[in-house]
Design a protein around this ligand. Structure first.
Ligand code: CA
Ligand code: CA
Length: 341
């Protein structure tokens, strides 16, 4: 009896000395990786309430390796939404508790290169190509083009021009191309296009709740994936608009348009550009009334390179917006999710 007790004590002491414990499952390499991640986001507070379980973290690392370029987002109960809404009409609030199953989420927005591979393999034609036009933001159009298309602007947002033959392959219309931005998010893709791509990959769009849980990176009630401070450590953490919207973009973050999908790592789930860069479609209907519509509005999350605090402070995890399923624009993209099974 005493011998068994001695062995158990010895094992515990060895476990403490080696910096691990018997039910951790984390390798030393994983621990180092985690240390790097926490160093990267030390500006923000980690809740400690949940999702900091070593088993779960070890599992994230293992499966992130198993699923190339996807992260395993832990299941459980989470808070989504906010009790301090900026845009009440968007129904950002109230905060609510929801429960999700663990699932995989792409670390990156789907890139032009990814979409090109899809089109080459399937011959898929996007909705913007079928419609023969899409919406381009004014600063990417010459004064002549703006004049030519002045009657094809969005009434409530006259900086958006409906440009003939603008689509994912030529994001600013005829004469533009994706050759110099294959690693940028594909844009001018509708919700239907996004669903088709994810299906081809054996994946699906994330639900709004899944997306928001992933955005929050295991933290509680923070504005951004990394914490509450936009310019933590005096660094840019996302691609948005600096200057005065909609005329002057000083591009202090280095980007006037989209940036590479792997430019900004934003949280401990190893997600990049989950806020900013390009908006991301989710699978959810905007509200209950949409179910009766033929071309319903779907929820999009995360904001884009065109967002500025003065006009579209929607690069927070809780913020949300919508477009109809067949809509496309130069700042709207997506990433895919996958069930854990
Ligand atoms: Ca920018
Ligand atoms: Ca994004």
């Amino acid at each position: 009896m005493f011998y068994k007790y001695f062995i158990v004590c010895l094992l515990i002491i060895l476990a403490i000395l080696s910096g691990t414990n018997s039910d951790c499952g984390c390798s030393a390499a994983n621990r180092e990786e985690r240390a790097k991640k926490y160093e990267r986001s030390e500006n923000s507070e980690t809740s400690g309430k949940k999702n900091d379980d070593d088993d779960e973290q070890g599992s994230i690392m293992k499966h992130a390796k198993d699923y190339d370029n996807m992260s395993l987002i832990p299941g459980g109960k989470y808070h989504v939404g906010t009790n301090e809404p900026v845009f009440e009409a968007d129904h950002e609030g109230p905060e609510k508790e929801i429960e999700i199953q663990k699932f995989y989420l792409d670390k990156f927005e789907v890139s032009n290169s990814d979409f090109l591979e899809f089109v080459k393999a399937t011959g898929y034609k996007s909705e913007a190509e079928k419609f023969g036009d899409s919406f381009v933001f004014k600063i990417f159009l010459s004064p002549e083009t703006q004049k030519e298309y002045k009657d094809f602007r969005v009434l409530q947002a006259p900086w958006w021009f409906k440009i003939k033959d603008a689509n994912w392959k030529q994001p600013e219309g005829p004469g533009s191309s994706i050759d110099d931005r294959l690693n940028h998010p594909v844009v001018h893709v509708s919700w239907n296009d996004a669903v088709a791509f994810c299906k081809w990959k054996g994946k699906r769009l994330p639900t709004e709740h899944e997306w928001e849980v992933a955005c929050r990176g295991g933290k509680q009630r923070k504005l951004f994936p990394w914490g509450n401070k936009l310019m933590a450590k005096d660094q840019h953490w996302l691609n948005i608009w600096q200057g005065q919207f909609p005329d002057v973009n000083t591009a202090e973050d280095g980007e006037i348009s989209t940036c590479p999908v792997d430019k900004y790592r934003q949280n401990d789930y190893d997600l990049y550009n989950i806020v900013g860069n390009a908006w991301e479609w989710t699978s959810d209907l905007w509200n209950g009334q949409q179910a009766k519509k033929e071309n319903p509005d779907r929820v999009k999350k995360g904001g884009s390179y065109l967002c500025h605090i003065s006009y579209c402070y929607r690069y927070r995890c809780a913020s949300r917006s919508q477009n109809s399923e067949d809509s496309s624009a130069g700042n709207l993209s997506f990433r895919c999710a996958k069930n854990f099974d």
